[in-house]
Design a protein around this ligand. Structure first.
Ligand code: ADP
Ligand code: MG
Ligand code: MG
Length: 249
């Protein structure tokens, strides 16, 4: 589904990704781990098409399409979706309108009609229930006054409504207490599907007790230096990244 080959990316003149390769198949959940500043967020930002990143070498293909040739909107329409690392506040814009606008833009791009209001409400309420969120959330301005946990839930809610083909979630566990983390993990698990892949960026192994990945990659200094299964995350938790960095060097 997603194939990243020998990707080199420069941000403000310095090379951050230095020959990163990664393949993700449909139905798989991949965890991307690694020390601070390794380039994890850079990778998901480049795939999603955020500004400010210069690809100097390598390729990214998604279902055979050249992602680097696609505009940010085209990527979203193709089903590549990145959740926000620090979800922004949008004063005055209700959550429900943002969800509806995003869903209908996606449908329009696929040549589908708007989802009728009753069906839309039914869909959103079902997903709200999964995220253990109150319906009053929908009427609040996007992220305004939301707690850290509420923002993360809202991010997963958006994914559940938009149903991307590749869901990229960056640090969705940061700042969550154990109960909120379980709810977020349940939401992510309910996103799992045969025709969908999930890329989870996370520092800590803890989240992976609840979302068991098919593959774990360790990103150090702009390259994936090790790939394994869920056990690799447990090793990292026990030993840290140091041993891995040494073996990579
Ligand atoms: P990670 O998510 O693994 O912690 P990032 O991808 O956020 O790492 O950052 C990798 C490196 O790129 C860091 O050294 C960071 O300072 C740098 N970097 C990322 N984004 C920018 C930016 N917009 N401007 C300048 N440097 C950046
Ligand atoms: Mg290279
Ligand atoms: Mg990051």
């Amino acid at each position: 589904m997603l194939e990243v080959k020998d990707l080199h990316v420069t941000v403000e003149g310095s090379e951050i990704l230095k020959g990163l390769s990664l393949t993700i198949n449909e139905g798989e959940v991949h965890a991307l781990m690694g020390p601070n500043g390794a380039g994890k967020s850079t990778l998901s930002a480049v795939i999603a098409g955020k500004d400010g990143y210069e690809v100097t070498q390598g390729s990214i293909t998604f279902k055979g399409q050249d992602v680097l040739e696609m505009e940010i909107e085209e990527r979203a329409q193709a089903g590549l979706l990145l959740g926000f690392q620090y979800p922004v506040e949008i004063p005055g814009v209700k959550n429900i309108y943002l969800l509806k606008a995003a869903l209908n833009a996606q449908r329009a791009a696929r040549g589908e009609d708007e989802l009728p209001a009753p069906e839309f409400m039914k869909l959103v309420k079902e997903k709200l229930g999964l995220m253990k969120m109150d319906a009053s959330f929908l009427q609040r301005a996007v992220n305004e006054g939301f707690s850290g946990g509420e923002k993360k839930r809202n991010e997963i809610l958006q994914m559940l409504v938009l149903q991307p083909k590749l869901a990229m979630l960056d640090e969705i566990d940061s700042g969550l207490d154990i109960d909120a983390m379980k709810v977020v993990a349940d939401g992510v698990n309910s996103l799992r599907a045969q025709d969908r892949a999930i890329l989870l960026v996370t520092h800590y192994q803890r989240l992976l007790d609840y979302i068991v990945p098919d593959k774990v990659h360790v990103l150090v200094d702009g390259r994936i230096v090790k790939t394994g299964d869920a056990e690799l995350a447990k090793e990292l938790e026990a030993n840290g990244y140091e041993g891995i960095e040494e073996s990579a060097a």
